[in-house]
Every structure is written in structure tokens, then in C-alpha cells.
Ligand binder design. Structure first.
Ligand code: NAI
Ligand code: MG
Length: 362
């Protein structure tokens, strides 16, 4: 059987730097764990625009549809800020998500003990935190019609529409329940069924789906209460399933409970392919960080943890994902820090590649 395939799209700025480190990690797994991948690399974002005049070439899009998983770095930068909307670097990313139909966005919020002091919350509230937010990514108010700005009675009116079909709610719910089965078997669904019809439908459909997952303890929460609970007592949650808009906000909120942007991975999953693996793209949450790009200062952990998610969710290599996460936990406990993780400490930061050296050694 041939090796599983990976398409690597480093993108711009520190995307290129952190992805170079992920390639070292991939090579390590090939050499030490006999877990080899067929890796190809291509352009996305500003880099693709520079080469082809488009943020994602059709050939790259076609490759992304064929591989077992896509790993993306980050896109954008000041150089591209004045480009027309249709060719902006972000459009490359949006096209990938849309054409691969990646409807379930997985955003873990995990607090490494060694970094608990970085949280804006008290240490005991976040130490040991490990939750997963599943955000519906391809529908809801960011996509619903009608939309636009028009004039009524000489006044401008801005319109967006929240619209969800049963099928859209259901497929995301199944992804969330499947995850809960692999974790602590607890799922909290968040909407605003008190004031939104789409929320009433959401609650109904999630409750229906839960009948197929009798082992998972399901609860429902209004999303505004959810926001309060996330900062009051985040450890009460295991998996949270919510819509595109609430998920956008709640996942950013949860992420910051854990400290630095340089630590946050994500996965976006779609329907199963012929080989049973889900369509999948893995990427760090952070952007291209023009302020530190090219200086060897970027923290590669968010991108390396994204690869760990690929091991777990695309390749059923949960043990190897844990191996990688444990190594990261160890180097952090040993005090190895990139600049973004220093805070007030007066240790000398390691470089981007220095962090990877330590992780591979561990
Ligand atoms: P950003 O995430 O690139 O940076 C925000 C701050 O966090 C900066 O001070 C940066 O130095 C720091 N930071 C981010 N990742 C880091 C890492 N791995 N290690 C150490 N420090 C890190 O967000 P910003 O500055 O708002 O956007 C910069 C560019 O990135 C823009 O062009 C924006 O459009 C793009 N962007 C792209 C995203 C993507 O590709 N998914 C997501 C967010 C922004
Ligand atoms: Mg956001």
C-alpha cells in the first residue's frame, strides 16, 4: 500500500518558517516511527499571487482534493493589503475550505501546565483544561441569503441572514458526537433557542442525533451563558458544538484561556472520502505575523500541534499524536521558550528551529 499523502501549503510570512519545522517533524516520524508520508508542497496566499496572479491556482485546488490531508501555514501580509478583494491572500484559504466543503472546524483549547501563568484567568481555573469547540464552518449567518447593504426610505440597511438546514446541523453534530466518543463523552450544544428559530431547530436536530450516541451525555446552553461559563469554569466542558457565528467568537474566547496564539492548532473536516478518511485541512490559528517574520522568532508549536491533530483525525495515529503532544509538554515543563512564551521571565528565548530541536530530542 502506498503511503498516506500530505499537501503542504506554507503560505506567507511565518507560515513558511513554522511549516519548515513541521517538515522536520514529519521526517522524524518517517525515520524513527516508520510512519512515512508522501509529501508535496505548493503555494497559497500572497506567495501564489506573486507566482500566478491568484491566491490559489486551480492545479493546487485539484491537488488539495486528492490528498489525504492538507497542512496550511498562514497567509497574508502588508505587501498584499491593497490588492483587490477577489485576489486577496485570504481568498485562497476560503476557496480551500469551501471547495473541500470543510464543515466542521475543530478548535481545541488546551492548557499546558507549564504555561498556566499565561492565562488571563487564575491558574487553578485553567490548569489541566482540555476542551474542544466544534464550530459549523460552511453555513449560517456568514453565508445566508439575502445579504447586502441597500437603501430603504433614504436610509442604508445592512442585512445578513442566519439560515441552517437540518442536514447542515446534523452533519456537524455527528462530527461533534464522534469526537465526544473519543474523549470524555460529554457534549454541550450552544445556540440561542430562546430568541432564534434557527436555534430552536439546532436544539431539535442535535437532540435527535444524540439518540445514536446514548453513551454521550448531552446538554444544551444558550450561547451567551456559554460565554460566561467559559470564563467562569471552563473545565466543566469537554466538547462544545455551536454554529458558525457563535463558534467564531466562543472559540477565540476559549483559545485565550490558554495563553499564546503561537500554541493554538485547528482542524477543519469534511465528509469521508472513498478511503474512509475525512476531507481535512490542518492549520495553526495564528496569521503570518509580519512583525516577526523572517527573524527565526516564530513559535512552531501551533503548527506542530496541527500536524498532531492530522495524525489523530486523518491517520488514526492517536498514539503518535500523543507522543508528539507529550514531547511538547515536556520541553515546556523544562522551561524551553520561544519569545512569545517568555512573559516576565528573564530566560533567553530559543529560535523557531531551536524549539523543534528540543521537541524532537524529547
Ligand atoms: P497574527 O496572528 O499574524 O499576529 C498577531 C500577533 O501574534 C503578532 O504580534 C505576532 O507576532 C504574534 N504571533 C502570531 N503567531 C505567532 C507565533 N507562531 N509565534 C510567535 N508570535 C506569534 O495576526 P495579525 O497580525 O492580525 O495578522 C497578520 C497577517 O496575517 C494579516 O495579513 C492577516 O490577514 C493574516 N492572518 C492570516 C490568518 C490565516 O492565514 N489563517 C489568520 C489571521 C491573520
Ligand atoms: Mg475569529
Amino acid at each position: 500500500m502506498s503511503n498516506p499523502s500530505l499537501l503542504i501549503l506554507p503560505g506567507d510570512g511565518i507560515g513558511q518558517e513554522v511549516m519548515a519545522e513541521v517538515r522536520r517533524v514529519i521526517d522524524w516520524f518517517g525515520a524513527k516511527r516508520d510512519l512515512a508520508f508522501d509529501v508535496s508542497e505548493d503555494l497559497v496566499g500572497g506567495a501564489a499571487y506573486d507566482a500566478h496572479g491568484t491566491p490559489l491556482h486551480d492545479d493546487t485546488m485539484a491537488k488539495a482534493q486528492e490528498v489525504d490531508a492538507v497542512l496550511l501555514g498562514a497567509v497574508g501580509g502588508p505587501k498584499y493589503d491593497d490588492l483587490d478583494f477577489s485576489v486577496k491572500p485570504e481568498r485562497g484559504l476560503l476557496r480551500l475550505r469551501k471547495e473541500m466543503d470543510l464543515f466542521a472546524n475543530l478548535r481545541p483549547a488546551q492548557c499546558f501546565d507549564a504555561l498556566a501563568d499565561f492565562s488571563s484567568l487564575k491558574k487553578d481555573i485553567v490548569a489541566g483544561l482540555d476542551i474542544m469547540i466544534v464550530r459549523e464552518l460552511t453555513s449560517g449567518v456568514y453565508f445566508g441569503e439575502p445579504r447586502g447593504i441597500h437603501t430603504e426610505d433614504n436610509m442604508r440597511v445592512g442585512v445578513n441572514t442566519q439560515r441552517y438546514t437540518e442536514a447542515e446541523i446534523e452533519r456537524g453534530a455527528r462530527a461533534a458526537f464522534d469526537l465526544a466518543m473519543k474523549r470524555d463523552k460529554k457534549l454541550c450544544s450552544m445556540e440561542k433557542a430562546n430568541v432564534m428559530e434557527s436555534g430552536i431547530l439546532w436544539r431539535d436536530v442535535v437532540t435527535e442525533v444524540s439518540k445514536d450516541y446514548p453513551e454521550v451525555e448531552l446538554s444544551h446552553m444558550y450561547a451567551d451563558n456559554g460565554a460566561m461559563q467559559l470564563v467562569r469554569a471552563p473545565k466543566q466542558f469537554d466538547v462544545i458544538y455551536t454554529d458558525n457565528l457563535f463558534g467564531d467568537i466562543l472559540s477565540d474566547c476559549a483559545a485565550m484561556l490558554t495563553g499564546s496564539l503561537g500554541m493554538l492548532p485547528s482542524a477543519s473536516l469534511g465528509a469521508p472520502m472513498a478511503n474512509g478518511r475525512p476531507k481535512a485541512m490542518y492549520e495553526p490559528v495564528h496569521g503570518s505575523a509580519p512583525d516577526i517574520a523572517g527573524q527565526g522568532k516564530a513559535n512552531p508549536i501551533a503548527c506542530i500541534l496541527s500536524f498532531a491533530m492530522a495524525l489523530r483525525y486523518s491517520f488514526d495515529e492517536g498514539a503518535d499524536a500523543t507522543r508528539l503532544e507529550t514531547a511538547i509538554e515536556k520541553v515546556l515543563a523544562d522551561g524551553v521558550r520561544t519569545g512569545d512564551l517568555l512573559g516576565d521571565a528573564d530566560t533567553t528565548p530559543v529560535s523557531t528551529s531551536g524549539m523543534t530541536d528540543a521537541i524532537l530530542a524529547a
